[in-house]
Design a protein around this ligand. Structure first.
Ligand code: HEC
Ligand code: HEC
Ligand code: HEC
Ligand code: HEC
Ligand code: HEC
Ligand code: HEC
Ligand code: HEC
Ligand code: HEC
Ligand code: HEC
Length: 413
């Protein structure tokens, strides 16, 4: 009897070694046979990041994946079914908040998604029973979940705006909340979206500014301050400017006051000053110091552009007539650099700081202009020289011709 059992056990062992795959998961095999919605999870599951990590249906839903009958889904076997929307975050967090468990699979995986999520408007509202907000599966999908790094994932930076847009760009879904539904449209017109679309992920998408899970990204106390995480130098200048403390006191968000939050476009020089496109005149009226500073800055920037343009023109003209002006042209590029720096220094909101740079640029431009003038003068001298020598050559040829004619007539006669 004992021997028989041993043989049976051995045979079983051999059989399982011979099998190319582990025994089929009963959840998958039965669900594949079902109709519609009940079969979909099993059909798409192969590509799921959890499947790739070796997990099965029962790791999330519970139950017994070795039982081929409906009993596989008996609560007695730990089956917990499909979670209601309000239960989803905790359903996922059973694993994702368990740092020891997660690190067995991936030592770099964070385990703070739920705790972060609970700080967001989404998390707070879901706790109050509002099921129109985003829970984990609204952003990540379910059953065919991909790692965020996969470009097909709905949370990959390339797809985030569209994912948020499913709700935030749908006025029907957002009815009753009294917030705009134009974020996706406006963001779509921004420099940031344009640069991201070129594949440059240093530009922000929705979650870079708003946080993936929490209310704000790490290291920022408010979304309004997020710009400074990338535009560090601008933020430093702004903080030290008269606007830094004044805006803080009035509770005005910094950069977005002039740049907006979503439709951030490429600024231009006519934003400074008092013209129709000026951002300064929304707060500063004629006669106050800010208005005067705006006019001064705009004037200085315009002056530098005029001088730079004039120098550029004369150097190009010299170059077209074959003169060597590469030296002064290189120098003129440093005048352009001072222009770029002056635009940054607008954020000191101190006209003297802008003037320091524009003065430098004007001086460089003037030198380059003088080099252009000198080079054109030299061209004229050379042209004159060429004219004189041409006259001599023509005279010589004519002389020679006459001489030949003279000899020929003498010869013929
Ligand atoms: C013999 C076939 C069969 C097996 C085996 C099976 N299921 Fe099901 N499952 C069904 C059918 C049929 C339904 C839909 C009817 C129902 O809700 O009871 C269903 C429904 C479900 C639901 C939805 C229940 C809900 O709350 O809406 C989940 C989740 C589920 N199965 C997961 C599993 C998991 C996990 C396993 C493996 C441990 C498994 N199933 C094994 C046939 C099966
Ligand atoms: C990573 C966890 C996870 C895994 C693994 C998983 N599910 Fe689900 N499943 C969920 C969640 C969460 C829901 C609820 C989805 C929702 O609210 O939209 C769900 C819902 C369902 C439903 C209800 C119908 C539906 O689509 O909403 C069925 C049936 C189901 N799962 C079956 C399965 C089967 C079969 C497998 C294995 C092939 C599986 N699930 C693997 C998390 C999981
Ligand atoms: C049974 C435990 C478990 C449950 C429950 C679970 N996960 Fe996972 N999840 C994992 C493991 C393990 C990985 C793979 C980690 C790895 O290999 O990098 C993973 C990976 C992921 C990833 C990919 C992360 C990345 O970018 O690399 C996402 C997204 C994810 N899970 C979301 C969810 C969501 C949403 C839910 C709830 C619907 C959920 N998980 C439920 C265990 C679980
Ligand atoms: C509002 C959309 C949104 C919601 C809701 C959401 N996520 Fe994420 N999730 C993201 C984005 C975006 C990323 C990061 C993509 C990247 O790294 O570029 C991410 C990344 C992840 C990762 C990869 C590791 C990490 O932290 O970067 C896991 C795991 C994950 N989420 C799980 C969850 C779980 C669990 C929940 C629910 C508690 C949840 N997510 C809710 C959008 C969301
Ligand atoms: C399933 C629908 C849904 C998805 C997907 C979704 N949201 Fe939301 N979100 C809402 C709802 C509903 C509110 C609540 C509006 C409110 O309370 O003002 C909200 C609130 C917010 C708020 C707070 C607005 C306020 O009141 O100040 C921000 C910020 C936000 N979502 C950003 C995002 C981002 C970023 C994404 C994409 C990564 C996203 N949401 C995806 C539905 C969604
Ligand atoms: C460059 C950073 C940045 C990006 C990118 C960004 N936002 Fe915002 N968002 C902000 C700031 C700043 C606010 C205003 C917060 C305040 O006033 O306190 C805001 C406000 C919001 C609000 C509140 C309602 C409103 O319109 O004022 C929602 C909802 C929102 N953003 C969703 C999104 C979505 C969806 C995307 C992607 C399409 C996105 N945001 C991209 C910075 C950003
Ligand atoms: C994740 C990093 C990041 C964040 C956060 C960010 N930006 Fe940008 N921003 C960029 C990149 C990258 C560019 C394109 C390269 C450049 O011009 O610096 C850019 C371009 C710009 C430009 C256009 C510059 C030009 O010369 O065309 C402006 C204006 C701007 N951002 C303002 C903001 C404001 C205001 C905020 C906050 C509401 C913000 N940015 C948040 C990375 C960021
Ligand atoms: C009071 C209005 C105002 C505030 C506040 C402001 N900016 Fe500007 N910003 C401007 C103006 C005006 C220009 C255009 C300067 C020019 O082109 O002559 C500009 C230009 C820029 C540029 C493009 C510079 C270039 O090289 O062309 C960036 C980037 C930028 N700002 C970022 C920021 C950031 C980040 C903040 C917050 C720390 C901020 N700005 C706050 C008015 C403002
Ligand atoms: C959102 C409103 C707002 C905008 C836009 C704005 N400012 Fe101001 N500005 C203020 C406030 C508030 C103060 C501090 C109170 C005061 O002195 O008027 C201030 C102060 C100043 C000061 C210091 C004045 C002093 O008394 O010493 C200067 C200079 C200045 N702004 C220049 C500018 C320029 C240039 C622009 C356009 C590029 C601009 N501001 C755009 C609100 C604004």
């Amino acid at each position: 009897m004992k021997a028989l059992r041993k043989i049976a056990a051995l045979l079983f062992c051999a059989a399982s070694f011979a099998l190319p795959e582990a025994p089929k998961d009963s959840c998958i095999s039965c669900h594949l046979e079902l109709e519609g919605e009940q079969s979909k999870p099993a059909k798409v599951f192969d590509s799921d990041v959890h499947r790739q990590a070796g997990l099965g249906c029962a790791d999330c839903h519970g139950g017994d994946p070795k039982d081929n009958s409906m009993n596989a889904m008996s609560p007695a076997k730990g089956f917990r079914g499909a979670p209601k929307k309000t239960q989803v975050p905790e359903f996922c967090a059973r694993c994702h908040s368990d740092i020891a468990y997660m690190h067995r699979f991936n030592p770099k995986m964070r385990a703070d998604q739920l705790s972060q999520y609970l700080t967001s408007v989404h998390g707070k509202r879901l706790k109050q029973g509002d099921t129109k907000v985003a829970a984990c599966v609204d952003c990540h999908g379910v059953h065919d979940m991909l790692p965020a790094s996969d470009t097909r994932s709905p949370v990959n930076p390339m797809n985030v705006a569209a994912t948020c847009g499913h709700c935030h760009a749908d006025p029907n879904h957002m009815k009753g909340y009294n917030i705009p539904t134009d974020q996706v449209e406006k963001y779509g017109k921004s420099v940031h979206a344009e640069i991201l679309a070129q594949g440059d992920t240093s530009a922000p998408t929705c979650t870079t500014c708003h946080g993936n899970h929490g209310a704000t990204p790490p290291g920022v106390n408010s979304v309004a301050n997020v710009c400074g995480t990338c535009h560090v130098f601008f933020a430093q200048l702004f903080e030290k400017s008269p606007h830094g403390p004044a805006f803080a006191q009035m509770g005005l968000p910094g950069c977005v006051q002039c740049h907006s939050n979503h439709e951030i476009v490429k600024p231009s020089d006519d934003w400074v000053g008092v013209g129709p496109n000026s951002v300064c005149i929304t707060c500063h009226s004629a006669g106050d110091k800010g208005n005067a500073a705006a006019q001064k800055m705009a004037g200085d920037i315009a002056k530098l552009k005029t001088f730079e343009g004039r120098a550029e023109e004369i150097l190009s003209s010299a170059e077209r007539s074959g003169m060597e002006v590469s030296g002064p042209k290189v120098e003129l590029t440093s005048a352009h650099e001072t222009l770029i720096k002056a635009r940054v220094n607008v954020h000191t909101f101190n006209d003297a700081e802008v003037q320091k740079l524009t003065d430098q640029g004007v001086e460089i431009s003037q030198k380059a202009y003088q080099a252009g003038v000198a080079s054109l003068r030299e061209r004229d001298v050379r042209r004159k020289g060429l004219g004189v020598s041409l006259i001599f050559i023509v005279l010589a040829i004519t002389g020679l011709y006459l001489k030949i004619r003279q000899t020929e007539t003498r010869h013929n006669a």
